[in-house]
Design a protein around this ligand. Structure first.
Ligand code: HEM
Length: 141
């Protein structure tokens, strides 16, 4: 959308999930995210299970997609299947420093640009994902 509502606060009933257009669009966004990570951020991609060609594998893509759908206010299948996300604990085996945080956020920004995510939901995602990524830092530097 490019009308005046873009900059306005969301109506109370509209979740980010709905604003993005639902599950198919969120899954497309996640595919673009891991494609961008695989192509542009090899050090970050290599922390994930990868296919022989170096691209992030199907399983981590699907786990994150399921989480992201719920985190955005959509169906809560991730929690039903895997329990509370415990994101800091689940990232404990990975050294997350500012370089990895920024690489993650760059790949997500590339994906959102490619998918044309704009308006209030883009502002929401830019701000909240930056907070979550920073919260996951677990080593200095
Ligand atoms: C800040 C930099 C980040 C790094 C370096 C990172 C890295 C990773 C790695 C290596 C995995 C494991 C993949 C696997 O073994 O299957 C993973 C999983 C995951 N990440 Fe991240 N991540 C980052 C940020 C984030 C953020 C900001 C979120 C949420 C908004 C997130 C959500 C998840 C989820 C939900 C999983 C799957 C957990 C599970 O079900 O086991 N990550 N991440």
């Amino acid at each position: 959308m490019s009308d005046a509502r873009d900059a306005a606060a969301p109506p109370p009933t509209e979740t980010p999930f709905v604003a993005l257009g639902g599950e198919a669009r969120v899954r497309r966004l996640v595919e673009r995210f891991y494609d961008a990570m695989s192509a542009d951020e090899p050090a970050l991609a290599r922390l994930h299970p990868c296919d022989p060609d170096g691209a992030v594998a199907r399983e981590p893509r699907d786990r994150f997609a399921l989480f992201f759908i719920g985190w955005l206010g959509g169906p809560q299948d991730y929690v039903a299947q895997h329990g509370h996300p415990r994101l800091r604990m689940r990232h404990g085996r990975v050294a997350v420093d500012t370089a990895m945080r920024d690489a993650w956020l760059r790949a997500m920004a590339t994906a959102m640009d490619a998918e044309g995510v704009d308006g209030w939901v883009r502002g929401f995602l830019d701000a909240r994902l930056a907070e979550v990524a920073d919260f996951l830092r677990n080593v200095p530097g």
